[in-house]
Design a protein around this ligand. Structure first.
Ligand code: ATP
Ligand code: MG
Length: 557
């Protein structure tokens, strides 16, 4: 049997294979996905999730889900729950390995005590602003804090009193004692603990001092015996600090590997900015189908398979880059083409009357559910004398290459008959086309002996008296610019919001869709992929347009 060509390894997997050759981590691969529960996950996180869980799976290792919940002011259980739902939905399982940095607060505190005892940390009474001023600049060394040389005993005493709640917020911090002239600014006596008298969503009021992310993150990885700490490039400059802690504490050393964050055109990808869009009502919520959040993409109709495939195709890079949104949509169409059942729907209805069709006759015609998957079989679609077709499929005075319906022209109605346009009825006052009349050829019914008579075009339709009304929500990109963050002086990314990012319409759908349920995905033939919105449950069917059939974004410039 011929071997399937192996995809070449990404640079992270190359490092792991090398480590496995040398036995560096005892041939163990243990990764983690470490979100801060301060917002909903976006597609950049999806990439990190696929990478961390995918890498562990590839090398028979494990991947933890760890919440880096070190900041009680910005975090919430709402975010924890949404993150778990999103990771699960993407198709990954952390089994019993759900951890929280807050589970390690006691250990982290004890580590800080070790650092103090070694003369590696001190309590500083400067305010945060003063600490900033003392830090110096990239070209100038910083100034040492007047509290830097407190004795170990005094530091131990003060740190324990910080913990017991004796001091007000902002009056003291614990800092590492490294080097105020260090070329890496992050090494200039960084803050390890600050006082925050705020209830934590997990530890309640047990603590009033909280570790800084930079102090907690690496130690948490170490506590969990993570072998490969995969993170994004901005943490490269933090690595010397993380390594310093590990060395001074003499604890397990995870190997940090940085990769480039995912950026996508026409979108912003920072929790802070996404929160702004939600709070200032530019969108309807975190799960608005225009949001690049995982819950937004899910509501829009994205599938986990398409996102995993996307993450796989873009691979991992060492340099920052921007991926075209079109690639994401390509992955989506590929998957929906296989999964989505076909249905008939008319978005911009034009009445079509078949003059020679019996007034009361209704035929139940066979329609294919999905030509890509014969197992999905056929369904019945009612056909009758009065139909709706798409306005765009008719032209009274067509140009030479227009093969759809026009006076004297023949087209096939999908799954039905060949028709010929005989008359156009207009409004006497406005001249607007009200209906189109035609005749049908009874010999040409699809599936019948004469059905393969050729005409140049096939159009879709619904039977007027059987069709249901539905709301469709048509989306365009949320931002008009490829890079919404590139703005003139005094403007920000929100000035680049696309005013036409949502258009709501009433359309007609075939009756079989009356039973459709929230989350179901369909291809409306010749129009695009649509997903049933949760709002549907409140009565009238509501569909989100997930993506058009081809790349056809009309962006207002
Ligand atoms: P944001 O900058 O959007 O607020 P964050 O980095 O603060 O995100 P975290 O909760 O810290 O969010 O992220 C959890 C993990 O996801 C981290 O390991 C982070 O490196 C990774 N991650 C975040 N954004 C992206 C991205 N755009 N592409 C790839 N990985 C990302
Ligand atoms: Mg972060």
């Amino acid at each position: 049997m011929e071997a399937k060509p192996e995809k070449s390894l990404n640079f992270i997997h190359e490092i792991i294979e090398e480590d496995n050759k040398t036995g560096k981590h005892g041939n163990i691969v243990h990764t983690r996905f470490p979100p801060e529960p301060n917002g909903y996950l976006h597609i950049g996180h999806a990439k990190s999730i696929c990478l961390n869980f995918g890498t562990a799976a590839k090398y028979n290792g494990l991947c933890n889900l760890r919440f880096d919940d070190t900041n009680p002011v910005k975090e919430d259980v709402e975010y924890v729950d949404s993150i778990k739902e999103d990771v699960r939905w993407l198709g990954f399982d952390w089994e019993d390995r759900e951890f929280y940095a807050s589970d390690y607060f006691e250990t982290l505190y004890n580590y800080a005590v070790i650092l103090i005892k070694k003369g590696n940390a001190y309590v500083c009474d400067l305010t945060v602003e003063e600490i900033g001023q003392y830090r110096g600049t990239v070209t100038h060394a910083g100034k040492e804090s007047p509290y830097r040389n407190r004795s170990v005993d005094e530091n131990l005493d003060m740190f324990s009193r910080m913990r017991s709640g004796e001091f007000a917020d902002g009056t003291k911090v614990l800092r590492a004692k490294i080097d105020m002239a260090h070329p890496n600014m992050l090494m200039r006596d960084p803050i390890l603990y600050r006082i925050i008298h705020t209830e934590h969503h997990r530890t309640g009021n047990k603590w009033c001092i909280y570790p800084m992310y930079d102090y907690a993150h690496g130690q948490c990885d170490s506590i969990e015996h993570i072998t490969h700490s995969i993170c994004t490039l901005e943490f490269e400059v933090h690595r010397p600090l993380y390594d310093w802690f590990i060395k001074e504490l003499e604890i397990h050393a995870p190997q940090q590997i940085e990769f480039a964050r995912l950026n996508i055109t026409h979108t912003v990808m920072s929790k802070r900015k996404l929160l702004e869009l939600v709070q200032e009502n530019y969108v309807k919520g975190w799960d608005d189908p225009r949001m690049p959040t995982i819950c937004g993409l899910r509501r829009r109709g994205y599938t986990p398979e398409s996102l995993r495939n996307f993450a796989d195709i873009i691979g991992v890079a060492k340099r920052d880059n921007v991926i075209d949104f079109a690639l994401l949509e390509h992955c989506l169409r590929e998957d929906l083409n296989k999964q989505a059942l076909r249905r008939l729907a008319v978005l911009n209805p034009l009445k079509l009357v078949i003059e020679n069709y019996p007034d009361e006759l209704v035929e139940e015609l066979d329609a294919v559910n999905n030509p890509e998957n014969t197992e999905t079989g056929l369904r019945k679609v009612p056909f009758s004398k009065i139909l709706y077709i798409e306005q765009e499929d008719f032209m009274e005075n067509p140009p030479a290459k227009f093969f759809r319906l026009a006076p004297g022209n023949e087209v096939r109605l999908k799954y039905a008959y060949i028709i010929k346009c005989t008359e156009v009825i207009k409004d006497n006052n406005t001249g607007e086309i009200k209906e189109v009349h035609c005749t049908y050829d009874p010999e040409t019914r699809s599936g019948m002996p004469l059905s393969n008579r050729k005409v140049k075009s096939t159009i879709h339709w619904v039977s007027a008296k059987h069709a249901l009304e539905a709301e469709v929500r048509l989306y365009e990109q949320l931002f008009t610019k490829e890079n919404p963050e590139a703005t003139e002086e005094g403007k920000d990314f929100k000035d680049n919001i696309n005013p036409n990012s949502l258009q709501i319409k009433t359309c007609f759908i075939e009756p079989s869709l009356s039973e459709s349920k929230s989350g179901e995905k369909y291809q409306f033939e010749r129009i695009g992929y649509f997903c049933v919105d949760p709002d549907s449950d409140k009565g009238k069917p509501v569909f989100n347009r997930t993506v058009t059939l081809r790349d056809s974004y009309k962006i207002v410039k």
